[in-house]
Design a protein around this ligand. Structure first.
Ligand SMILES: NC(=O)c1ccc[n+]([C@@H]2O[C@H](COP(=O)([O-])OP(=O)(O)OC[C@H]3O[C@@H](n4cnc5c(N)ncnc54)[C@H](OP(=O)(O)O)[C@@H]3O)[C@@H](O)[C@H]2O)c1
Length: 413
């Protein structure tokens, strides 16, 4: 149901808007839902249960992490449903109410796995289910579709990538491919229905740059976690098992206690890792939502990617490691990989295309908005890295995130 720019602005100013958010148990969806709630909007969350908890219990647990008690928030409603089922598995009556009450929709749910063996499931979530969500958005009162896509819909395209639809068939993995197909489905359906559409394309999102807090510990965190995993294994071997395995891998404890890990990593030809903190993503997303009232496509990326050599430096400094080096491809070929490098590289293989990224994501459209709003993206410096990694270790990379949380011991409602 189309609305004029003025109507959109006025309705939002009155806070007479109900947002439906999908994927609110996840990293980005939960942050967005909380942000919208904090800004005074009414928010409905479409979430699924898991084997142990109802959708409401799952949301309650995540929201408690944000310091929000579900019982105290009258503007929030959790709807237990399944985006991969017709009518989300709801009764016709409940589904029709969702159609009637949704003014704007933030679609954040997605399968973020890169694993080819999970292709059927990933396609079902990132392509087929998108159609179910679009069916709801185009059936009733909804006038704005906000789609969280990814900068990597550009696939293996090198060089400059526009803030526009990308025509390509060449992808690094099934995630990129299905997000690309999902974006096309969204563009087509919204254009056909005359529904306003903003597409938000973040690069890789990590925790809060000011607090270090996060609920997800993949992407940026994964290589660091992998290195620490090997550090711990060989340290234990040295301390408790005479260090034979460590010696075979060239690992040793230095005088002073730091650990030597002989790992070379290919540094690439000047490309880096494009990472943005969640606080910047939220500010950028809200700025775009406020300013882009006719709808458009935006990259939410870092204009200063982090070089692999810096990441290695940060990791070694923080975790008292040495021996790791970013080297040129030729150097890696001259001296064959040692055993430790072979194992570590195998672990990091899936992220390798993102670590030496030569793509340049165009930001003309988004920059025009962000500069007006005074929103800037911090470069990942050592201080931010330290805050985020300390939090990750403290949260045991997510395993202890909700520890001692009463929701864990509650029986389903
Ligand atoms: N994080 C990043 O670095 C990044 C970067 C670029 C783009 N993005 C995009 O941002 C969005 C959110 O990503 P995220 O990092 O927040 O991922 P996430 O933490 O893995 O969250 C994914 C969300 O999607 C839901 N979901 C997955 N499969 C589902 C299914 N079959 N049915 C219903 N819900 C399903 C999950 O629900 P359950 O909890 O029930 O599984 C969860 O709420 C995605 O569209 C992703 O492509 C993320």
């Amino acid at each position: 149901m189309r609305k004029s720019r003025r109507e959109i602005v006025e309705k939002r100013a009155r806070r007479d808007v109900t947002f439906l958010v999908t994927g609110a148990t996840g990293f980005i969806g939960s942050h967005l839902a909380v942000e919208l709630l904090n800004r005074g909007y009414r928010v409905m969350l479409l979430c699924r249960p898991n084997d142990d908890l109802t959708a409401t219990q799952r949301v309650a647990r995540v929201f408690r992490w944000f310091g929000i008690d579900l019982g105290q928030t009258s503007r929030l409603e959790v709807i237990e449903g399944f985006i991969d089922q017709p009518l989300f598995g709801l009764t016709k009556e409940k589904y029709d109410r969702l159609v009637r009450e949704t003014d704007e929709l933030f679609h954040c749910a997605a399968d973020t796995s890169f694993a080819e063996r999970k292709r059927t499931r990933i396609e079902a979530t990132n392509v087929t289910s998108v159609q179910n969500v679009l069916d709801l958005a185009t059936a009733g009162s909804c006038y704005f579709f906000h789609h969280v896509s990814t900068a990597y819909v550009a696939g293996k395209k090198s060089g400059y990538c526009e803030e526009a639809w990308v025509e390509t068939q060449d992808f690094t993995n099934v995630y990129e491919e299905t997000k690309h197909k999902g974006e096309r489905a969204v563009l087509e359906a919204c254009s056909k229905a005359g529904l306003n559409l903003n597409i938000y394309r973040p690069s890789i999102v990590y925790g809060n740059s000011e607090t270090g807090r996060s609920t997800r510990f993949n992407a940026l965190y994964y290589p660091v976690k992998t290195v620490l995993y090997f550090k711990d294994i060989y340290k234990l071997d040295i301390e408790e098992n005479e260090g034979k395995n460590a010696e075979n891998m060239g690992v040793r404890v230095n005088d002073g206690g730091s650990i030597h890990l002989p790992i070379r990593v290919e540094k690439g030809d000047g490309g880096g890792l494009n990472v943005i903190p969640i606080d910047f993503f939220l500010k950028a997303c809200m700025a775009i939502m406020e300013e882009s009232l006719d709808g458009d496509i935006f990259h939410i990326v870092n204009n200063e990617p982090t070089m692999l050599a810096d990441l290695i430096d940060y990791t070694q400094t923080l975790f008292d490691i040495n021996g790791m080096r970013a080297v040129r491809k030729e150097d890696l070929e001259v001296v064959p990989k040692n055993a430790l490098e072979t194992v570590v590289h195998a672990y990091l293989d899936i992220y390798s295309p993102y670590m030496r990224d030569m793509r340049i994501f165009g930001t003309e459209k988004v920059d025009a908005i962000l500069s007006r709003k005074g929103v800037t993206c911090p470069k990942l410096d050592y201080d931010i890295f330290e805050r985020c990694m300390r939090y990750a270790v403290q949260a045991d990379w997510g395993n202890k995130l909700f520890e001692n949380d009463p929701a864990d011991s509650q029986s389903p409602l």
